[in-house]
Design a protein around this ligand. Sequence first.
Ligand code: DGL
Length: 263
Amino acid sequence: MMRIFVFDSGVGGLSVAAEIMKAMPDVGLDYLADSAIFPYGGLEPQALIDRVMLLMEAVLPDLNPAALVIACNTASTLVLPPLRSRFSLPVVGTVPAVKPAAEHSHSRLVSVLATPGTVKRDYTYDLIRHYGQDCEFTLVGSWKLASLVERHYNGGDVSDAELLDEIAPCFVEKDGRRTDCVALACTHYPLLLDRLQAIAPWPVEWIDPAPAIARRVVSVTAEMARAPQAGERRQHSFRATGSLPSARFLEAFGFTDYAQLPL
Ligand code: DGL
């Protein structure tokens, strides 16, 4: 059975994993969450690159997946070039959905909601320069939102007020116009999309890049795809370098095998 490896600093990559599972019903998925080091949003660039390279050196040779998915914007803005020069398998990243947001916006006021790391990166500014068209961008680097999602997935309570504090700066009014598109540029955020929609000061289009990432994974592995052999069951495994999310969430996503990996 073909296997795909999905990596994030925490549970955020589950928003991407769920779309891959939908798009590729015959593949098995191996997920690694670097929960020992989470959050990546405040890490210095070199520390982040070194950590991701160390983890990939440790796990990729044994797993031998058809593709590696870096389901983390914060990491993707830095590690895609070194990963692609070190490993020969297809590497699919996750970068802020600036282009679709600019294409969808009528008011031309667009916000990018991301981690403090992602909003600082040249990568993000280059995307805006190339694909931002005539939109005005508000970059919102949230220090807490990914952690609130982690807390929820660990069985804790997250209040509407806490969520609203993090998303409020995305909602801009200017010259009679209002922000109408928000790019969810951290894979954690779509996991609480229904809550974000419910508390938004006004309705906006939330852009979740996960379906597009899943289509990319389908396309880069098209040559390798093969039907499962008789009796082969698709199984998904979840590993975390630190604490594991609540079992009920992992099982809801289809992970039957989960454990800590001391790395
Ligand atoms: N899920 C990660 C992203 O897409 C970041 C969360 C973090 O570790 O700060 O950017």
